[in-house]
Design a protein around this ligand. Sequence first.
Ligand SMILES: C[S@@+](CC[C@H](N)C(=O)[O-])C[C@H]1O[C@@H](n2cnc3c(N)ncnc32)[C@H](O)[C@@H]1O
Length: 607
Amino acid sequence: MIKKLDMKTADKVDSNIEQIAQLFPNVMSEGKVDFELLKQMLSDSVLDCDDERYRLDWVGKKESLLKANSSINKTLRPCKEESVDFDTTENLYIEGDNFEVLKLLQESYLNKVKMIYIDPPYNTGKDFVYKDNFTQSKADYEDEIGLRDEDDNKLFKNTDSNGRFHSDWLSMMYERLLVSRDLLKDDGVIFISIDDNEVHNLRKLCDEVFGEGNFIASVVWKRKRGRDNSAKWFSKSHEYLLVYSKNKSEFKTNYLELDESTKKAYKNPDNDPRGIYRMLAVWARGTQSGVKYNFTDKDNNYFPERLWLFSKENLIKMDKDDKLIIKGDNIYRKLFIYENKGKIPETIWDNTSNAANAADEIKSLFKNILFDTPKPIPYIEEIFKIATNKNDLILDFFSGSATTAHAVMQLNAEDGGNRKHICVQIPELTDEKSEAYKAGYKNICEIGKERIRRAGKKILEDNESSKEPKDLSNLDIGFRVLKIDSSNMKDVHFHPNKLSQDLFAELESNIKEDRDNLDLLFGVMLDLGVELSLKITPKIVDSKTIYILENKELVACFEDNISLEVIEEIKNQSPYKIVLKDECFESDKDKINAVESLSKVCSVSVI
Ligand SMILES: C[S@@+](CC[C@H](N)C(=O)[O-])C[C@H]1O[C@@H](n2cnc3c(N)ncnc32)[C@H](O)[C@@H]1O
């Protein structure tokens, strides 16, 4: 084919806009760039502007955009005692406000997450969400009604008497979604559970954050069995699952296994050695589209012109492969079960478990229903089956009772996968009157962690006692616990006038006294963008501990007075990155020599 030349230069404007849309989908509105919003994205202060256009706006939108783009001075500290298989697991359980946690994960997990599932507070008027600064004017009111989390942070109860009821919820979601989008891989996807309270707003919000073009589906899930006849207008039995991809052209859904009733339709009346099959029509009786031709099969049966559902070549091929069945004037094709790719996911899920089943699942592990709003495992598993492959990383940053972690382990056990999870949950205190509190679980993280411990054990036990136990020796039922905290480093940015003699003494070490070497290691992993699940091998050289990370991504030593022998060992590891403590050298001369020698191998940083 001859390609006709355009004889003009390419339209750069369109491609520039496309690039901006890819970088900042939130500034696109009906195909146009919102320049005010773009300016705001590139600014470090709130910009003033008055404008009218079609878009979702609310009080506090710009502040939350600013917050999403600003940095925080915090870290994640490992907690070995509460972890399971700390040294070998690739799963993470992170305690803290998810907005801060997501920001901390920006470097280490940029473009690494295949799927995000979240089940945020639905804004029912009763939810507790983490207090953000944008409603500071109501501080007194919050004190009156506010709960606090374990670290005495205020939790904000968003009731419908709040004049910014929707705005506050939208700001809370907006800044979190903006930050989480960057963690998704190009073929990544987010699934968000939501109900009628905010589905309309969330849809618009996601159109803005992910780009309208990346909308994939709005699934209706039947969450409640039966009908509530005492309902005032309608018995409400469903909620939604919004699905957005990071980049629609990269994202693919998996086909799902055929359900039992469909499988039953496959039979083998003529004992075909190729197995069970279904008989399907090959020509259209109604007004369906098709191709008109006449056809003579290999046994010379003649079929006059009609509307065939396949091309003539295809039909001849099926005939040659012995896949056609002729019954009088009728002709069918055999679709063998091995040829069936499975079923494409549908947007109505009326049989994918329900809320009552989810409560039973919690009860079977804890004897009591310790958590009010869990999702059922088969529902979460269905999401993973649709959107993940066996080695993918899954993130849930409103993890609640940790159903996501449970479902990841369960599905891996079923299909031999090695999916990994990161669960994030704020240590929201449980109500003193609740079953959870009475059972000794003082905050939701305690419930989540204990659920993963019990679920992991149960999956292994159930497998052992099953008729055909599988080899689950590689199943990862562990998790590393990390907790958000203030930075490991002392604030050395004091105003020089304020430096007193005492402060000088205190500043001798720039590391806080209560931080140990493992804290420092995780702090630098975050700073250098190293995955927090990498295996850590400690090695003692000259009675100093050196940490060697999986794949030699990083070698670190936070000891004082390290010898040449230690430096040599670090060098011999040939890592990609080296981190040492600034005060680990006895003199400046030693420091210069060591850094010069190590720099020949890779980049060296000091803290
Ligand atoms: C609807 S529940 C999630 C339930 C979960 N899908 C399950 O199956 O158990 C929402 C959870 O988000 C938590 N949450 C709310 N605000 C949060 C925040 N800012 N950071 C982390 N978690 C938060 C709440 O404590 C609650 O446990």
